[in-house]
Structures are given as C-alpha cells and as structure tokens.
Design a protein around this ligand. Structure first.
Ligand code: FES
Ligand code: FES
Length: 167
C-alpha cells in the first residue's frame, strides 16, 4: 500500500506527516516529530511506557497504525507543562518521589492525567485501575498512587473559590 498523508492535532498544533501503513503512532511521534517522551518498551502493548492521549483517552501508541488516527487529537507528555511550569500531575510525581529510572513515568503520567480529567475525585482503587496497564519495575507503585491522589486533591483545592478555600 502507498504512503498516506496523515494530519494530527499534536499537543494542540496541526501537524502532518507522510506515513506507511505499518508506521505506528509511537514511531511517528518519536521519529517524525522528535517527541521522545513516549517510550518504546515492549512494542507489544504490554508495558504502557508508550501511553499517550488519543482524543483524550489513554492508548498504547506502539499498537496503533498512525494512518488509522488521521484527524485525531494526540497529547503527549511534552504537551503537559506550560513552559517551565509542570502540570499538577507532573509536579506531584516530583514532590512524592514517584519516579526512579523514569522509563515508565511519561506513560504513567498520561494515564493519570486522563483519569483526573475524567474523574477529579478518584478512589485509590480507581487510581490503581487507571495505571494497571503501566508497568513500573522500580517504585513498587505506592509513591505513584500517592502522587496521583495528591494531584487530584490539589486540583480540587485549586478549583475552590479563594473565600471557600479559606474556610
Ligand atoms: S511499548 Fe507500547 S505497550 Fe510497551
Ligand atoms: S521508575 Fe523505573 S520503571 Fe518506573
């Protein structure tokens, strides 16, 4: 099959690439657009290190032919920070020491971000379920779960009106 022009809304910007049918979204992100945050771990859908948001939902980008997501919105870890200001989930990972080698961290943060966007007040069980497709060999998961719960708590606090927050 011939190559195809694919358009993505990538971290808020319209981007185009020419892709072969076999080109995965992960390959397009890393090799065409130079976005190296999503990691290639297993390349088989089993580790979650390549997780990005596709139209707001977390997906393993190593399994998705990019030609099948033409016209979609893709968000990667590079799109979360606002300049030097980390996103609330990123900051909580720093504050709670939720990263060691860091290989799983971008995927974890994207899964956690999708959860908090969908559910601002998740239970511990819901956090665990949200990251169950993301493998971490270093942390034992506890600091990661604490970081996600902390980010949720901070996000809810930030949404309170100032007068309400003082009560
Ligand atoms: S690299 Fe995609 S799930 Fe492991
Ligand atoms: S921090 Fe090393 S794999 Fe998670």
């Amino acid at each position: 099959m011939p190559s195809t022009i694919v358009t993505l809304k990538l971290n808020g910007a319209e981007r185009e690439l020419i892709a072969r049918p076999s080109t995965t979204l992960l390959t397009a992100l890393r090799e065409t657009f130079g976005l190296m945050g999503a990691k290639r771990g297993c390349a088989q859908g089993g580790c979650g290190s390549c997780t990005v948001l596709l139209d707001g939902r977390p997906v393993v980008s190593c399994l998705i032919p990019v030609v099948t997501v033409d016209g979609s919105a893709v968000e990667t870890i590079e799109g979360l920070a606002d300049g030097d200001r980390l996103s609330d989930v990123q900051q909580a990972f720093v504050d709670l020491f939720a990263t060691q080698c860091g290989f799983c961290t971008p995927g974890m943060i994207m899964s956690a971000t999708a959860l908090l966007n969908r559910k601002p007040d998740p239970t511990r069980q819901e956090v665990t379920e949200a990251i169950c497709g993301n493998v971490c060999r270093c942390t034992g998961y506890e600091p990661i779960i604490s970081a996600v719960l902390t980010a949720a708590e901070r996000r809810r606090g930030a949404r309170l009106e100032p007068a309400e927050a003082e009560v």
